[in-house]
Ligand binder design. Structure first.
Ligand SMILES: Nc1ncnc2c1ncn2[C@@H]1O[C@H](COP(=O)(O)OP(=O)(O)OP(=O)(O)O)[C@@H](O)[C@H]1O
Length: 252
């Protein structure tokens, strides 16, 4: 069974069909890329997959479960986590707490338990600290656990955002332009991180990216969007050579 199956997904904003009859299948464990020129509808697809927007039409299935029209919280619980084009960390909070925010999905205690500091609160907090540190270690961020997230260098902030998304224990990780604003060294390191995440967490990854070096370097399959519609889908090397893709990017 596929990890993600999207059928005939569409959304209309006034007169604009930002996503139009979109189909995509991602197998478990794949590194999959969604590319296309500016304004093609890529982020709108992510917003549909994560419940930010409700589709006008279509069906989204995650690991066989129909998640169409569910809320962002329900979809995150079902197993989709994402990072954003513009990093959205809690910059005034320590690195460790940023990851713990992700863990709260799976290690909840009631508000009352928290306010009254009941024994369960201390037990759960201890478990969460340990788990968050484990995740930070994987990303080589454990030594910065007490640093304010906003004080980390840019490349590490991106890593932390991925770490926080993984703390929600997703089945599918969506990365929206993870290499945006990175220098070539940071991009290279990011590629290694994404490959590592796939192996270490047995993860399926869908990413939006404009950096063709990253796309060509790590994605196994691609979907190219243009004006909200699928232009072409298939193996990365074949897709990137296709003349229609080159034309779409050059806007000819
Ligand atoms: N909430 C909204 N209301 C109206 N129009 C919207 C809304 N969200 C997106 N759009 C429009 O939908 C189209 C697709 O936008 P989207 O941000 O998905 O493109 P993109 O492929 O992610 O672009 P980029 O690569 O520049 O990030 C654009 O024309 C955009 O203006």
């Amino acid at each position: 069974m596929a990890m993600l199956e999207v059928n005939n997904l569409s959304i209309q904003f006034g007169g604009l069909r930002a996503v139009d009859g979109f189909n995509m299948t991602i197998e478990k464990g794949q590194l999959y890329g969604l590319i296309g020129p500016n304004g093609a509808g890529k982020t709108t697809v992510f917003n549909l997959l994560t419940g930010v927007y409700k589709p006008t039409e279509g069906i989204i299935k995650l690991d066989g479960q129909d998640i169409t029209g569910k809320s962002t919280i329900e979809i995150n619980k079902a197993g989709i986590a994402r990072t954003f084009q513009n990093i959205r960390l809690f910059k005034d909070m320590p690195v460790l707490d940023n990851v713990k925010v992700g863990l709260h999905n799976h290690h909840p205690y009631s508000t009352l338990t928290g306010i009254l500091r009941l024994p369960k609160y201390y037990k759960v907090e201890k478990e969460m600290n340990e788990r968050a540190m484990e995740i930070l270690k994987v990303f080589d961020l454990d030594k910065e656990a007490d640093t304010l997230a906003g004080n980390l260098p840019y490349g590490k902030q991106r890593k932390l955002e991925i770490a926080r998304a993984l703390a929600t224990e997703p089945k599918l990780l969506l990365l929206d332009e993870p290499a945006a604003g990175m220098n070539p060294n940071e991009t290279q390191e990011l590629m290694d991180t994404i490959r590592f995440v796939r192996e270490h967490f047995d993860m399926t990854v869908l990413l939006i990216e404009h950096d063709m070096k990253l796309v060509g370097g790590i994605c196994e399959e691609l979907t190219v969007l243009n004006f909200g519609q699928v232009l072409i889908q298939g193996e990365t090397s074949t897709v990137l050579k296709d003349p229609t893709v080159i034309t779409a990017y050059l806007g000819e």
